[in-house]
Design a binder for this molecule. Sequence first.
Ligand SMILES: [Zn+2]
Length: 107
Amino acid sequence: MIPLDAPLKSINCDVCGKKNITEEICPRCKNDLTILWNIVRCSKHLSSLARQALVKMDTGAALDYASRSWGLKRNELAARCAFLSSCVSGDFRSATTWFRRCKEISL
Ligand SMILES: [Zn+2]
């Protein structure tokens, strides 16, 4: 099982659909993937900050970071952090939404 906070090693080209690309330029269609990589890296960083905030029991910051991470790129760590933050805050409606997102992303 891959850890949720493992560094991202590859992405898919948003133009031609080639999978598992590790370079900044798509080897098939030569699409520049720099912006996509930066978005994904920002999302990973924000989900990492969400986890750190959750460990400190700063649920407001954790939910904010997790939501921003999710907005950039859907990921399981962000959804889990948002779910736990919502539970700890007693916002079970939000927790239910995030629980569904966790399930969707982990399928
Ligand atoms: Zn491509």
